[in-house]
Design a protein around this ligand. Sequence first.
Ligand code: ZN
Length: 278
Amino acid sequence: MEWKGRRGSRNVEDRRGMGGKTLVGGGLGGIVIVLLVMFLGGDPGDILSNLSTSPANTEYVETEQDKELAEFVSVVLADTEEVWKEIFEQEGMVYREPILVLYSGSVQSACGMAGAAVGPFYCPADERLYIDLSFYDELQTQFKAPGDFAMAYVIAHEVGHHVQKLLGTTEEMARIRRQVSEEEYNKYSVRLELQADYLAGVWAHHAQGMGVLEKGDLEEALNAASAVGDDTIQKRARGYVVPESFTHGTSEQRKAWFYRGFEAGNLDEGDTFSAGNL
Ligand SMILES: [Zn+2]
């Protein structure tokens, strides 16, 4: 992706090196997990449990790679702001820009305390995206999804969750979550996540329109979408898959919905909840 020297977003909050320790003394009594939407699978409860085990504030030294990545992330965020502002305007709505928090190690969000192991996530309660830049290396080594556009897809997916919050989908999901069993809810979760992939694709469509996509970028995103599919992750982690436990969709589904958004470039084709066959 062409990004060097381009405008960055003013909505980046740099908390690297701060740890999550500022709020540790305050206790978590008043914090309620509304609905935490993570890039990868996982139980929001795990995040809170990280609190007692998260290491004390360790010093953070910015590497050259991180410096570059932080700039990159900021440019991608600025691009998403532009695209979603325009799409929302066309729909007669106003786009409220989210804040992107860069952190290292652990971070406090309105959805609870998170460690880096959680992966990038969006917290609807404070409308912030949380990203530990070390995830870029993880994408490359653990998920075999290298490339700047793989990372751009991750950010665009989290922004997709923010779009869902603004559209009221997140709230509706929280309501459903209180009413159905965990296994039943997983099916809704898959649809929510695939829609975030679709919305990431919508953004990529416009990035292409702006002429900032480079050869191979689309493939990087599709490869990343495939790499984070539930079946692929489960197969690697335990050697078999448990479809009932899927929360994000299979590799095939994630790729397909990203691509569908990429082709459409608008909200029209993105109703994963009504789609009979995902
Ligand atoms: Zn997600």
